[in-house]
Ligand binder design. Structure first.
Ligand SMILES: [Fe+2]
Length: 359
């Protein structure tokens, strides 16, 4: 069946990079909900449903007064916990509040849990300690994608596409030609692809001075619903681990709406960590690679969305990880939609235009 997965609310998603959130109110749509992010005076981040409890005006268009947002429509004053503490120029303090989302700020990431707050267990977060490890350095950012979340999940779980979509940077024939080993456990799908004695792709030749033949490892972990990490090792063929160049990539695949996704990324390395020129080069290359993916996925989204007469879908061996990821998402979404669960009946399917403010 073609990918039509509904969105999963109960899971940790990357809501923002820490350096995006400050004393300016920031709106971002997360899994179909408008969220207003800002930093309180003590430095902690808060995230509130971006709808005033009075008449649904976006709180992010309001004014920050200390830790309190004053709504720019009729003056409702909402504190950092989402509770109304008064109305400007009026004697009333109505009993009103907005949802405050569970957050964890760790290793430069603001994690958000858009689903049932009582299920937000920080113990479920993946290990991202390399992002704050002084032995490593990284570049990071977020790219908007007008395509449904599952298409990005499948893109990352089937890296054979590098051969065809990224031949001038990270792809060559060896990627598609080397099979993967796939394992699953709980809400995780993992794969390994170890390419031995292959030609070095252009990106690695330039940034590392590697000459062929090289060994290239790609070990990926998808933490459903929204996180993918890739461990990369590159070295002249025959080099024993732990020698060689190591890189890590994390993608935060955070749905904005049913058909739009925030593509958060960080690319890290454990060599030449003080080389800022190399960091700039790697950021440029990463953005160039992601643009190729975004263009492809947006073209694919149009075809998926307009397919009214369903043709059978064909798959091959290299799709195993992607299909497991898709099924995992379907299972999680079905569990949430089941009657009697706290998430059932949640607001769904906001219009795509309403989400245009997300970045
Ligand atoms: Fe790609």
């Amino acid at each position: 069946m073609a990918p039509t997965t509904s969105l999963v609310m109960n899971g940790w998603y990357i809501g923002a990079w820490s350096d995006e959130v400050g004393r300016t109110l920031m709106q971002r749509w997360i899994v179909g909900r408008p969220v207003c992010f800002y930093r309180l005076q003590d430095g902690t981040v808060t995230a509130l449903e971006d709808r005033c409890p009075h008449r649904r005006f976006p709180l992010s268009l309001g004014r920050l007064d200390g830790d309190v947002i004053e709504c720019n429509y009729h003056g409702y004053r909402i504190d950092g916990g989402g509770v109304c503490v008064g109305v400007a120029e009026q004697p009333d303090t109505p009993r009103a509040s907005v949802h405050r989302f569970p957050l964890v700020e760790r290793d430069g990431i603001v994690w958000i849990w858009p689903g049932d707050a009582d299920r937000a267990d920080p113990g479920l977060l993946p290990d991202t300690s390399w992002l704050s490890d002084p032995e490593w350095t990284h570049v990071h950012g977020v790219v908007p994608l007008k395509a449904r979340h599952v298409l990005l999940v499948e893109n990352l779980l089937d890296l054979t596409h590098e051969t065809f979509l990224h031949p001038s940077t990270i792809g060559n024939a060896a990627v598609a030609a080397t099979p993967i080993d796939v394992t699953s456990e709980g809400d995780r799908v993992s794969f390994t692809r170890h390419m031995i004695a292959i030609e070095a792709p252009p990106f690695y030749e330039k940034s590392m001075g590697l000459t062929s033949p090289i060994d290239r490892w790609q070990d990926g972990d998808f933490y459903a619903p929204g996180v993918f990490q890739l461990n990369i090792r590159l070295a002249p063929t025959g080099t024993e681990e732990p020698e060689g160049f190591h890189m890590k990539v994390i993608y935060g695949m955070t749905p904005a709406t049913e058909t739009e996704t925030h593509d958060f990324f960080a690319l890290g390395r454990d060599y030449r960590v003080d080389d800022e020129e190399l960091s700039r080069f790697q950021l440029d290359q990463q953005l160039a690679v992601m643009k190729e993916d975004v263009d492809a996925l947006e073209a694919q989204e149009v075809m998926v969305a307009t397919e009214t007469v369903r043709a059978p879908e064909s798959s091959i061996r290299s799709d195993v990880a992607g299909l497991r990821g898709r099924r995992l998402l379907e299972k999680m979404a079905a569990r949430e939609a089941a009657p009697g669960t706290a998430s059932a009946g949640r607001p769904r399917r906001p219009s795509a235009t309403a989400a245009g403010a997300g970045t």
